[in-house]
Design a protein around this ligand. Structure first.
Ligand SMILES: Cc1ncc(C[n+]2csc(CCOP(=O)(O)OP(=O)(O)O)c2C)c(N)n1
Ligand code: SF4
Ligand SMILES: [Mg+2]
Length: 306
C-alpha cells in the first residue's frame, strides 16, 4: 500500500499562507516517487517553514535556526541512500545559514533544499529577510528596508549547486514536478519557492506573483540540462544567470540548470574511503549485544597520530 506522507497533526500556518502549497507539492512529489517511509527524511531549521517536518510522515528533525543544512549533511553522509530534504526560510538559509548554503553548493552532497521565500522573517513577526529588495516597506516594517536583496537562484548557481530551480507555491503542479526532478538529482538541488506571507508581507501577494511569474519551460528551446556531451556548458550558465536576474517585469520559474557532470560529494568521498558507499556509517555496528560500545577510538585514529 502506498505510504501516507501526511501526519494527522493540525497545521498552524496562517490562512492563505504559501507554505500550504509547498507542503502539498512535497507530499505529492514524495508519493509519485513511490518512496516508502524509510527512503527519505525531512530536516528543517527554525521559522514558519521550519515546522514542515512535523507535517510530513517521515523521520525528520526540526533543528536550530540556520543549521538545517549541516544537520542534513550529517544524515546524508551517514546514510547516502536516503533522500534528504531540507526545508528552510529565506532568513534561515540565506541569513544566519548563508555560509552553510554556499558550502553545500560546493560539496554537492545530494540534499534537496526547498527554500520558503517570503521576503520576511515570518515566525518572528515580519522583519526584512535577505530576499527583500532595498527600500521595500511591508506593513510589518516601520521604515523601508535598508538592506539590499540577494537572489537565491543566482547565489545557488554561483555556489555550484548541480540543480537550481524556482517554483511558486500556488502552482503546485509545476512545483511538484520540480521537486521530483530535484529528488532525482544525485547532487544537491536548490529549489527557491516564491511564497506569499499574507500576515506580514502585503506586497508579495498571491496576485503579485500570479501577474509576474512565467515558466521557462514554455519556451520550447529552453534546455537547462548539461551532460558530458554538452558542447558549451558555459553558455548554459550564462543563459541561466541572465534569467535568474530577471525580477522587475517578469519572474521566471522552472529549472535554470541541471548539471549532471558534477560528481556528488558521496561519490567523491568513495574515492578516498574504500567501501564508503557499500558500507556507510549507518550500516555499521557501534555496540555489542549488551549495548556496550565496540568503537575503539585509538584504532579509528591510529593513522592520524604522529
Ligand atoms: C540563533 C537564533 N537566532 C534567532 C532566532 C529567532 N528566529 C526564529 S525564526 C527567525 C527567522 C525566520 O524567518 P525565515 O527563516 O525567513 O522563516 P519563515 O518564518 O519566514 O518561514 C528568527 C530570526 C532563533 N530562533 N535562533
Ligand atoms: S507568518 Fe507568514 S509565513 Fe508564517 S505562517 Fe503566517 S502567513 Fe505563513
Ligand atoms: Mg521567510
Amino acid at each position: 500500500m502506498a505510504h501516507n506522507f501526511r501526519t494527522d497533526l493540525t497545521i498552524d500556518w496562517c490562512p492563505g499562507c504559501g507554505d500550504f502549497g509547498i507542503l502539498t507539492s512535497m507530499i505529492q512529489a514524495l508519493g509519485e516517487m513511490n518512496y516508502g517511509p524509510h527512503d527519505a527524511v525531512v530536516i528543517s531549521g527554525i521559522g514558519c517553514s521550519g515546522k514542515t517536518p512535523h507535517y510530513v510522515n517521515l523521520a525528520g528533525a526540526h533543528t536550530l535556526h540556520g543549521r538545517g543544512i549541516p544537520f542534513a549533511t550529517g544524515v546524508k553522509l551517514a546514510n547516502p541512500k536516503l533522500k534528504v530534504l531540507v526545508t528552510g526560510g529565506d532568513g534561515d538559509l540565506l541569513s544566519i545559514g548563508a555560509g552553510h548554503f554556499v558550502a553545500e553548493g560546493r560539496r554537492n552532497t545530494g540534499l534537496t533544499i526547498i527554500l520558503f521565500d517570503n521576503e520576511v522573517y515570518g515566525l518572528t513577526k515580519g522583519q526584512a529577510a535577505p530576499t527583500m529588495p532595498l527600500g521595500m516597506q511591508t506593513k510589518s516594517l516601520t521604515k523601508p528596508n535598508v538592506y539590499n536583496r540577494v537572489n537565491p537562484v543566482a547565489m545557488a548557481l554561483a555556489a555550484g549547486y548541480s540543480f537550481v530551480a524556482r517554483g511558486f507555491s500556488f502552482d503546485t503542479k509545476q512545483l511538484k514536478e520540480i521537486i521530483k526532478r530535484g529528488l532525482m538529482n544525485d547532487g544537491s538541488s536548490l529549489i527557491d519557492v516564491l511564497q506569499p506571507c499574507p500576515t506580514y508581507n502585503n506586497i508579495n501577494t498571491m496576485d503579485f506573483y500570479r501577474q509576474k511569474v512565467y515558466k521557462l519551460e514554455d519556451d520550447k528551446s529552453w534546455d537547462p540540462i548539461i551532460t558530458e556531451s554538452t558542447k558549451d556548458p558555459m553558455e548554459k550558465y550564462r543563459l541561466a544567470n541572465s534569467r535568474a536576474l530577471e525580477w522587475d517585469e517578469k519572474i521566471p520559474t522552472g529549472i535554470f540548470i541541471e548539471n549532471r557532470t558534477i560528481p556528488s560529494f558521496t561519490k567523491r568521498l568513495n574515492e578516498y574511503i574504500p567501501n564508503y558507499l557499500t558500507s556507510p556509517p549507518a550500516t555499521q555496528s557501534i555496540s555489542d549485544s549488551k549495548g556496550y560500545t565496540i568503537v575503539d577510538p585509538a584504532r579509528t585514529f591510529a593513522d592520524k597520530i604522529v
